[in-house]
Design a protein around this ligand. Structure first.
Ligand code: ADP
Ligand code: MG
Length: 561
């Protein structure tokens, strides 16, 4: 008896569906990418229950004729490849011809489409891969409705998460597609509520602004470089704008959102030396590479790529970003040297005369950026670089990381709600957030209220900040809200640890930044405030805030005992 058989088509499709369609967001991705390939300028998505009940993608693209609209549900049915050689020169989002067959095999699908310029269209209904109905219909563009995803594969259905979580993934997918296709307008409604509205944008910069707002963009620098066969237009963190999470890092290759460890690493490596531990840069890299030199056919969801020459891409990304950061910092240095000539008197202050004028001018605080070692002879402490302060006293030498120390102090204040001195803002501040973060912030205003931040909904992905604790007056509120939202989302469910996490994030944002140098009085205040905390020796992330060397320690080190 023969034991090997060829699987029937519907079984094959379901197997393929297992690779391509993991959750509602994967359906959205495939359908949106089909609409992009169909040259649409407007794509609207509607979901119910995070897409578990319904996903509808409508476009104004070229549509299909009757014959194609039946063919498109067959496996390996594609209009995007003619022969094998095309696989080496991919310019479309799709090409594997398996998305629609996969989707149709695990859901109930209805398609409405008409070929552009033809008034009469067709509607087709397919349940679990079986065609139920084919009818004439009057339509333009293409609408695909996908209902009851995984209705016939209960095990997979069980793995779907809550509506909210599935919706987040849907929003994530749409955000990525929208960031890489700025010339298309995108709309999303979720349970009939308008959730994303992104009109046509003239370029990536405008699209990033539509999604994240002006202020976010101000923290980034643009870098547009081209060499033979490669171009990179990127928007990357300025050297004082880092985040506590890896959210907001995007790589697009030929306008396709992808993940790539090596390219990410090239970016991180470029920030080496200025990126604080546990901090992350924001980046939007738009890479354009000759399609013959990159293989997109590596993974069924096309999220990964293989480069013909990985090393040269790495070097290209790394060296240009590194140079851009260097230039940005050199610009500071130039400003400093221009201004410092006016301040030459500063260095002649008598040793024991405590200068009143110590609030530092910007040029002075930049000093530490450029000189490894800043010695201020008139003060009883020394700055080592721009974060460490060495203080003698108490029978030894204490080295304080003033950033970590301040973080510890603020963290405990936030957590205990003491000395927050929150006050209403004269001019409430509007902050526009990406939709996911917007929802998360609104759902958690009570947590933020405990930290002295009063926040209301302002509609259209914008919140309004009405009061803030004094410690946050100068801080980057957009950054805080983005970070807090990702922290809540990644988050610990138990409220207690969540509150701690959020307090740590906020403290980190509001504490003294690397570039700021403190005055004598500020250092004294910092030391006594630190002394009063519950755990003066560690910052909320567990890093040391201070290290003490007693005279005995020093003697030992110098082998004097
Ligand atoms: P692929 O995108 O890899 O070609 P799909 O299964 O996603 O495979 O789609 C099959 C074919 O159906 C596409 O090649 C395209 O010709 C057609 N098609 C799918 N969606 C649309 C759409 N929104 N508008 C016009 N044609 C479409
Ligand atoms: Mg496709």
């Amino acid at each position: 008896m023969p034991s090997i058989k060829i699987l029937p088509v519907h079984v094959r499709n379901r197997i393929a569906a297992g690779e391509v369609i993991e959750r509602p967001a994967s359906v959205v991705k495939e359908l949106v990418e089909n609409s992009i390939d169909a040259l649409s300028t407007e794509i609207n998505i509607d979901v119910l229950y995070g897409g578990k009940r319904l996903i509808r993608v409508s476009d104004n693209g070229i549509g299909m004729d009757r014959e194609d609209s039946l063919l498109c549900f067959e496996r390996y049915a594609t209009s995007k490849l003619n022969d094998e050689s095309d696989l080496l020169n991919i310019k479309t989002m799709g090409f594997r011809g398996e998305a629609l067959s996969s989707i149709a095999s695990v859901s109930r699908v209805r398609l409405f489409t008409a070929l552009r310029g033809h008034p009469l269209g067709v509607s087709i209904e397919i349940h679990g891969g079986d065609v139920k109905e084919v009818r004439d219909s009057s339509s333009s563009g293409t609408i695909i409705e996908v209902r009851d995803l995984f209705f016939n594969t209960p095990v997979r259905k069980k793995f779907l998460k809550s509506h909210g979580t599935e919706l987040f993934h849907v929003i994530d997918v749409i955000t990525k597609e929208a960031l890489s296709h700025w010339g298309i307008s995108f709309g999303l409604t979720s349970d009939n509520k308008e959730t994303i509205i992104l009109p046509f944008a003239s370029g990536p910069k405008e699209r990033i602004m539509q999604v994240y707002g002006d202020e976010f963009l101000n923290g980034l620098m643009e870098l547009d470089v081209e060499t033979e066969g490669m171009r990179m237009d990127s928007f990357i963190s300025k050297s004082n704008n880092f985040r506590n999470s890896r959210s907001h890092q995007y790589i697009f290759i030929n306008n396709r959102p992808v993940r790539d460890q090596s390219v990410s690493h090239a970016v991180y490596k470029a920030y080496e030396g200025i990126l604080p531990r546990d901090q992350h840069p924001v980046f939007f890299l738009y890479l354009y590479i000759d399609p013959q030199r990159v293989d997109f056919n590596v993974h069924p969801t096309k999220r990964e790529v293989r480069f013909e020459n990985k090393d040269s891409i790495y070097r290209f990304v790394n060296s240009h970003i590194r140079d851009a950061i260097k230039n940005e910092r050199a610009e500071y240095a130039k400003q400093f040297s221009e201004m410092s000539s006016d301040h030459s008197s500063l260095h002649t202050v008598h040793s024991y005369e405590l200068p009143e004028s110590l609030p530092l001018t910007p040029s002075e605080s930049l000093l530490s950026e450029n000189l490894e070692f800043v010695y201020r002879p008139f003060l009883p402490f020394i700055y080592l670089g721009d974060t460490f302060v060495a203080i003698s006293g108490k029978g030894g030498l204490t080295i304080i990381d003033h950033h970590a120390a301040h973080e510890r102090i603020l963290f405990e204040r936030f957590l205990k709600g003491i000395n927050l001195d929150s006050s209403r803002l004269l001019f409430p501040k509007q902050v526009r957030l990406p939709h996911k973060e917007y929802i998360t912030v609104l759902e958690n205003t009570h947590i933020l209220r405990d930290f002295g931040m009063e926040i209301d909904d302002f509609g259209h992905d914008t919140v309004i900040v009405r009061s803030l604790p004094d410690a946050l007056k100068e801080a980057d509120i957009d950054g805080i809200l983005l970070d807090v939202a990702s922290c809540i989302r990644d988050g610990a469910i138990p409220d207690k640890t969540l509150k701690k996490d959020v307090a740590a994030r906020i403290a980190c944002h509001s504490s003294i930044r690397g570039k700021e140098l403190l005055t004598q009085e500020e250092i004294a205040g910092l030391i006594s405030d630190l002394e009063e905390t519950d755990q003066p020796d560690q910052c909320p992330h567990g890093r040391p805030t201070r290290i003490f060397f007693s005279l005995d320690d020093l003697k030992k080190m110098f082998k004097r005992k």
